[in-house]
Design a protein around this ligand. Structure first.
Ligand code: PLP
Length: 483
């Protein structure tokens, strides 16, 4: 018998393994069928690893009973773990759509928790004892912060635009500038949302220029609204002309047609003093006299996924009666998170400090330097000569289709290693138990500290240590990477 045959014949059976104390314990804690499946899968991978190894590698394959038990247990945990997990965002993209967009403040945890786990007055008026409206809980604070007359909230901003158009313009025409026919990542396209809502898009102007007379000329007896869309994720530069909100509102008044604005990102503070570009605030759209305004809860506002609709009471009232509202309505967890986030906005200084999106966008260069040095020190202590590390100047992005041209100077860790290829390293970090998503620039791994929380530094250091310094075969077997 050669070594390979010997190794193969020493593989225990499923029955042998399930009788072992530690694995038996697992089968009491978790569904037995899951444990048995995991044992089978593990033994299959173990067999493949032996078959694909040469004699030298065979020596290194961890084969003690303890190793086998550890491998099976890791598999069971993996099978029973949540599939939706926390991820460390080392990309520097603050509103990373694939990573959950806005991160909520730690300070609102309690209010979310208690609403989630107990009954609440979601649709109940405590004073009168009669049925209430779920929107009433946030309407006052939204109106207070924005200056609007009335407000309601739906599932996201795409739903908000849909509801507004369906309520105000079903079967009628809505006039929009060609330069504002936005497509947002995913599949939100103004022309498509419009046709889904039953409104008819009346495109006007040219891609680069639209004048007030273009709007005026397009209006007829079928016109239900004039609409302005914030070109969140792109800019038209050069020879351009957009009609100012005030002019559009004046035209709407003159012709007795409501004017709608889709603001995209909802900014409640002017962030120019922190070096960010000008972005129209929600308040300025209200002041300009827009009849209805929509914006996202989880872009620059930094709250939960939601679509906020504000404006004149007659329109908001009509929307709350639209049957679509029921299909687009937000749930109590979102409401709790939104109310708590909006409350932080009552104090500008507190909001900037406590709302993670605002904090990450406004963090000072000094703080970024300190953060990067801190991570650098942790990494260089742990990783020694396994890689070469440097702290470098880089750029982060706002993301979420907001401020597309703006590159924010930041500090990042740059890592080069000869232990494995940079693609494999990036992949291994993504596969870590707390996945770490970093960027690659040529042959370097880039970790932008802007979007990494300080309490995640140790996890990054441990992950890199395990990947660059660990027993690779054991690691592979445990992470189920052998197929
Ligand atoms: C992002 C965006 C939307 C979609 O908002 P969601 O909250 O993602 O549904 C709609 N319109 C504009 C202009 C946007 O920027």
């Amino acid at each position: 018998m050669n070594n390979k045959q010997k190794a193969l014949s020493s593989i225990p059976s499923v029955d042998d393994l399930i009788k072992l104390h530690e694995i038996h314990e697992m089968s009491l804690r978790y569904p037995r069928s899951v444990v048995v499946d995991c044992i089978r899968e593990f033994l299959g991978e173990y067999r493949k690893l032996i078959l694909s190894s040469n004699d030298d590698d065979l020596e290194q394959i961890p084969s003690t009973q303890e190793n086998l038990i550890r491998g099976v247990i890791a598999k069971v945990h993996k099978a029973m773990n949540s599939k939706l997990v926390n991820v460390i965002n080392a990309t520097g993209v603050v509103l990373h759509t694939n990573l959950g967009r806005a991160v909520l403040s730690d300070n609102i945890k309690e209010s979310l928790w208690s609403i989630a786990c107990r009954y609440s007055n979601l649709e109940f008026e405590l004073e009168t004892g009669i049925r209430g409206s779920r929107y009433s809980h946030v309407e006052d604070i939204i109106c207070k912060l924005t200056g609007a007359e009335a407000a309601m909230v739906v599932n996201n901003n795409a739903a908000a635009v849909m509801l507004v158009l369906s309520t105000m313009a079903k079967g009628m025409e809505v006039v929009v500038s060609r330069g504002q026919l936005v497509e947002i990542g995913g599949s939100f396209r103004i022309p498509e949302v419009m046709s889904e809502s039953g409104a008819v898009l009346k495109e006007i102007g040219a891609t680069n220029k639209t004048h007030l007379f273009d709007y005026e000329k397009a209006v007829n007896e079928k016109t239900a609204a004039l609409m302005k869309v914030h070109t969140s994720n792109y800019r038209i530069l050069g020879f351009t002309k957009e009609v100012e909100s005030e002019e559009l509102v004046a035209l709407g008044k003159k012709l007795n047609i409501p004017v709608i604005e889709d603001l995209g990102s909802g900014v409640l503070f002017d962030l120019q003093k922190f070096g960010l570009p000008y972005e129209p605030t929600v308040q300025s759209a209200v002041k300009a006299g827009m009849d209805v305004i929509t914006f996202s809860g989880d872009k620059m506002l930094g709250g939960p996924q939601a679509g906020i609709i504000i404006g004149k009471k007659q329109y908001i009232d009509a929307m709350s009666k639209n049957p679509l509202t029921r299909a687009l309505r937000i749930d109590k967890l979102t409401l709790a998170a939104l109310e708590a986030t909006l409350k932080l906005y009552l104090d500008e200084e507190a909001a900037i400090k406590e709302i993670p999106v605002l904090r990450m966008l406004t963090i000072s260069m000094e703080e970024l330097y300190a953060k990067a040095d801190n991570l650098y020190n942790k990494l260089s202590t742990k990783l020694g000569d396994k890689c070469s590390l440097a702290v470098i100047d880089e750029f982060s992005e706002v993301g979420g289709g907001s401020m597309p041209m703006h590159r924010m100077p930041t500090r990042a860790i740059s890592l080069i290693t000869s232990e494995l290829s940079i693609d494999r390293l990036e992949e291994a970090l993504r596969g870590y138990h707390t996945p770490i998503v970093a960027r690659i620039n040529k042959d370097r791994l880039i970790i932008d500290v802007r979007t990494v929380f300080e309490d995640e530094f140790d996890i990054i250091a441990e992950a890199l240590e395990e990947i660059l310094c660990g027993n690779k075969l054991a690691g592979k077997l445990e992470s189920g990477e052998i197929h």
